[in-house]
Design a protein around this ligand. Structure first.
Ligand SMILES: C[S@@+](CC[C@H](N)C(=O)[O-])C[C@H]1O[C@@H](n2cnc3c(N)ncnc32)[C@H](O)[C@@H]1O
Length: 185
C-alpha cells in the first residue's frame, strides 16, 4: 500500500540531487531528515526543525556523522530566521509530516496558525521546480481543522504554484492525505 509518507518521497526524489538544500519542517525521530541527508549528500545541506528536544536528540543519533544536517530546536514558523540568506529561492524540498510524534505526548502537535505561517515561509524559500510536501492527518485530534486550513491555503495560491492533493479513496475520510505544492515559476 502506498502510504502518504512514501508518496512524499516518491514525488521529491527526482528533485533533490547532490548539493541541494532541503528542509525537514517536522523532524520527529528523523526518518525524513536522514532520507533528505542521503539525497543531498555531503555537499548539500538539510535544516531540520522540531519543538521537542527529545525528538531532536533521537534524530541526532539517527543522522550522527552526517555533517550536512543542521538540527534546530525551534518552531517551523521561525524557519526563515534560521535559514542562511543564501538559501532564499534555492531550497529544493521542504517536508512536513503534521500531527504528533507517535508514541510521545499527543498534545504536542502541529497547530493551524504555526503550520500556515511555516508553509508560507517554505513556499517563499523554494527554488523554481522545488516542492513542499505535507502529510495531513484528518483523523487526529485537531487534524481535520488543520488539514482543512492547509488545503484551503493551497487552493488559493497564485498560479506560480501548483498544488495537488492525494489520498486513499476506498478508506474512511480519516485516512492521511498528501498535499504537494510545486513552484512553477
Ligand atoms: C508526525 S511527527 C514527525 C515524524 C517525523 N517525520 C519522523 O520521521 O519521525 C510531527 C513532529 O512535529 C513536531 N512539531 C509540532 N509542532 C511543531 C512546530 N511548530 N515546529 C516544528 N515541529 C513541530 C512534533 O514535535 C513532532 O515531532
Amino acid at each position: 500500500m502506498l502510504l502518504a509518507t512514501d508518496h512524499a518521497r516518491l514525488l521529491l526524489a527526482d528533485r533533490i540531487g547532490p548539493g541541494a538544500l532541503a528542509v525537514d519542517a517536522t523532524v520527529g525521530n528523523g526518518h525524513d531528515t536522514l532520507w533528505l541527508a542521503e539525497r543531498v549528500g555531503p555537499h548539500g545541506r538539510v535544516f531540520g526543525f522540531d519543538i521537542q528536544a527529545h525528538a531532536l536528540s533521537a534524530a541526532a543519533d539517527r543522522v550522527a556523522g552526517l555533517r550536512q544536517v543542521a538540527l534546530v530546536h525551534a518552531g517551523h514558523d521561525n524557519m526563515r530566521a534560521h535559514l542562511p540568506t543564501t538559501a532564499e529561492g534555492r531550497v529544493a524540498a521542504v517536508m512536513f509530516n503534521l500531527g504528533y510524534l507517535p508514541g510521545a505526548d499527543k498534545t504536542v502537535r502541529t497547530r493551524v496558525e504555526t503550520t500556515l505561517a511555516a508553509l508560507q515561509q517554505a513556499l517563499e524559500v523554494l527554488t523554481v521546480g522545488g516542492m513542499v510536501t505535507l502529510v495531513l492527518y484528518p483523523g487526529h485530534e485537531g487534524g481535520a481543522d488543520e488539514a482543512e486550513a492547509v488545503r484551503g491555503h493551497a487552493a488559493r495560491l497564485a498560479g506560480r504554484y501548483s498544488a495537488t492533493l492525494a489520498g486513499r479513496l476506498n478508506a474512511s475520510g480519516a485516512a492521511p492525505q498528501l498535499l504537494a505544492i510545486e513552484r512553477l515559476a
